[in-house]
Design a protein around this ligand. Structure first.
Ligand code: IPM
Ligand code: MG
Length: 355
């Protein structure tokens, strides 16, 4: 089979880790008889430098015309002082919105061989955890009304958290359906003790839960969830939450696995065409030094194989290669914790050799 993949390398370490993922995909293609055809799309800071805008004309169309999108990372200090609508991150937000990718799946699993790298207490790390954050991705405060005005205190700014029942049900369904394929448990996270949008979120999740009697659902306030993640992460199976809470909690969950450099993500909408990206950023401090951990992006490519292309055994093989290479003791700097480490390209080569 042939698959068209739009690549958005982006900024910082983005191009290096995308290159790693392509090497892995090419090996998968050669081994299992598939052809992956790549189109590179410029978006983010590099597009600002070249075209003056984060998402040039035609970029979104190129993504929509592909079978799937693989993104590295966008952003960096160089573009930090630009106004909101011209920042590199705008490219990402506009692609998510433009492609209708409302569901962001962020799995976080403590791999047994990396327990030592986790900042969790030893007893907690021993228990391990395997959770999936289902983050709403095209609504909430990221896309609500925002602006600035002069108040009696002087310059004032605002952003608005807005959610409709329709949006909440749509993401809730993804969480409940996915829970059925896992351990059958959903934790819905909100701030219903303070926010009206969270009270609607909670009511809607309770209504929806009635349609899934085989799935257990409970609510949790977001501040408590942040604490429970550190205290007792093994209690979580599927976690469903808003755009901003999901953004914050997924960074926290990732670090509990040992490194943010390990976690993939998938952004999905109504069609099979999704966008896959590591949850980490562009890490400008280590860009171009062959130090970045390619695993999060390689695992994102595996999610693409599984969820967009239905290539289960190929996805399994990539995930197995990652496990094996880590079991062998190979570590990039972010997971070496001061011990011996290898470069990003050495890690990539080890993965390709395993496949
Ligand atoms: C993420 C990132 C993005 C987000 C930024 C880069 C806009 O932090 O994917 O988690 O906030 O969604
Ligand atoms: Mg984030």
């Amino acid at each position: 089979m042939k698959y068209q993949i739009a690549l958005i390398p982006g900024d910082g370490i983005g191009p290096e880790i995308i290159d790693s993922a392509c090497q892995v995909l090419n090996k998968v293609g050669a081994t299992y008889g598939h052809e992956f055809i790549y189109t590179t799309v410029k978006a983010g800071g590099c597009a600002i430098d070249e075209f003056g805008v984060p998402l040039p004309d035609g970029a979104l169309e190129q993504c929509l015309a592909s079978d799937s999108v693989l993104l590295g990372a966008v952003g960096g200090p160089k573009w930090d002082t630009l106004p909101g609508h011209l920042r590199p991150e705008r490219a990402l937000l506009n692609i998510r919105k433009g492609m209708g990718l409302f569901a962001n799946l962020r799995p976080a699993r403590l791999m047994p061989m990396l327990k030592e790298a986790s900042p969790l207490r030893r007893e907690t790390a021993e228990k391990g955890f395997d959770l999936l954050i289902v983050r709403e991705l095209t609504g909430g405060i990221y896309f609500g009304k925002s602006g600035r005005y002069q108040s009696e205190d002087g310059e004032t700014a605002f952003d608005t958290e807005t959610y409709s029942v329709k949006e909440i049900r749509r993401i809730g369904k993804v969480a409940f359906e996915t829970a059925r394929t896992r351990r059958g448990h959903v934790t819905s996270i909100d701030k219903a003790n303070v926010m009206e949008s969270s009270r609607l979120w909670r009511e809607t999740m309770h209504e929806l839960a009635k349609e899934y009697p085989d799935v257990q659902m409970k609510d949790m306030l977001v501040d408590n969830a942040a604490m429970q993640l550190v205290q007792n992460p093994s209690q979580f199976d599927v976690v469903v939450t808003s755009n901003i809470f999901g953004d914050i909690l997924s960074d926290e969950a990732s670090q509990l696995t040992g490194s943010i450099g390990l976690l993939p993500s998938a952004s999905l909408g109504e069609t099979k065409c999704g966008m896959y990206e590591p949850i980490h950023g562009s890490a400008p401090d280590i860009a171009g030094q062959d130090m970045a951990n390619p695993i999060a992006t390689v695992l994102s490519a595996a999610m693409m194989l599984r969820l967009s292309f239905g290539l289960t055994k190929e996805a399994d093989a990539v995930e197995k290669a990652v496990d094996e290479v880590l079991n062998q003791g190979l570590r990039t700097r972010d997971i070496a914790w001061g011990g011996p480490s290898v470069s990003g390209s050495a890690m990539t080569k080890a993965l390709v050799d395993r496949l």
